[in-house]
Design a binder for this molecule. Structure first.
Ligand code: NAP
Length: 296
């Protein structure tokens, strides 16, 4: 069994990005710039946005955060998006979700210019990904693909089971694993809350990708010997042994499942660090106009 360290892989990616940024800066004088819109004071959103800013700084990107009170109107938010869309200094824009209930999050996402939508949430990017055109791929599935690629895991012809069908993880993941590419070319089954005989389906998986948001849901009896298991879940549970008073666990019961696997991602240190690395990769692509080419 081999543990896939998202921590190590993401470190290598950040180093590569930092070197590329240095080259770009020396050549053009401009570095990639990621902007984030943050509404309200949700501590988790605050933490995510701060850590994205910190990661940007580490690789030499510029970053800026546009903060709004939780009672901001939808109109004001849309204006801010348009303002950022037009700013030639800003390459990528993310809108930290969730937004307050009086704001239509889809409407805001659809206002982000597709060429700056480094989260890959805009329907244009989702559609382009679906038909195999260059597109920003959402950070978590993109990070998982990169982990699979860099670990040398063969996916072609394999049975891949994806647990979960959310728009940000399960759905794009299943599409990407099934597309005619490398990684890809797997035979994909998507499971969700209405799936019958789930354990029988997961037990057939050569590659099992779990994103259902239920603590240690996948147990050893659900996993085939020698399977590759990717655990997307993150849950905080109380722990007297930790200074912080909590520890992180995933959607997979790691201790009992890992001995059966050929490769497995841990929590923490697996998919989590890859998600931010992947956002940085998308922002670099945006600054190099790799997906859409120069905007006229
Ligand atoms: P989500 O939007 O809550 O989607 C969960 C999916 O799991 C849904 O499709 C749901 O089915 C399915 N599901 C729920 N209970 C099930 C059950 N008992 N049997 C089978 N399927 C079931 O979750 P998400 O946003 O994809 O996130 C999943 C987990 O990943 C969470 O723990 C989240 O915190 C974590 N996450 C981590 C990262 C990272 O960077 N590591 C990034 C994103 C998310 P229905 O569609 O039928 O409701």
């Amino acid at each position: 069994m081999e543990i896939i360290s998202g921590k190590d892989i993401s470190k290598a990616i950040r180093k590569e990005i930092a070197e590329e940024v240095k080259r770009i800066r020396d050549k053009d004088g401009k570095v990639p710039h990621l902007a984030a819109i943050l509404v309200g004071e949700d501590p988790a959103s605050e933490t995510y946005v701060n850590s994205k800013g910190k990661s940007c700084k580490e690789v030499g990107f510029d970053s800026s955060t546009y903060r709004f009170e939780s009672d901001v109107s939808e109109g004001e938010l849309l204006e801010a998006v348009e303002f950022i869309n037009k700013d030639p200094e800003i390459d990528g824009l993310i809108v930290q979700l969730p937004l307050p209930p009086h704001i239509d999050a889809q409407k805001v996402i659809q206002h982000v210019a597709p060429e700056k939508d480094v989260d890959g949430f805009h329907p244009v990017n989702a559609g382009r990904m679906m038909i195999g055109l260059p597109a920003y791929i959402p950070a978590t599935p993109n990070g998982i693909l990169e982990m699979i690629r860099r670990s040398g895991i063969e996916t072609s012809g394999k049975n891949c089971v994806v647990l979960g069908r959310s728009n940000i993880v399960g759905k794009p993941m299943s599409l990407l694993m099934g597309r005619n590419d490398d990684p890809g070319n797997a035979t994909v089954t998507v499971c969700h809350s209405r799936t019958r005989d789930l354990e029988k389906i997961t037990a057939q998986a050569d590659i099992l990708i779990v994103a259902i948001g239920k603590q240690e849901f996948v147990t050893a009896d659900m996993v085939k010997d020698g399977a590759v298991v990717i655990d997307v879940g993150i849950h905080r549970v109380p722990s007297a042994e930790k200074k912080s008073g909590f520890r992180l666990i995933g959607d997979v019961a790691f201790d009992e499942v890992s001995p059966k696997t050929s490769y497995i991602t841990p929590v923490p240190g697996g998919v989590g660090p890859m998600t931010i690395a992947s956002l940085l990769m998308n922002t670099l692509k945006a600054s190099k106009k790799e997906i859409y080419g120069p905007v006229e």
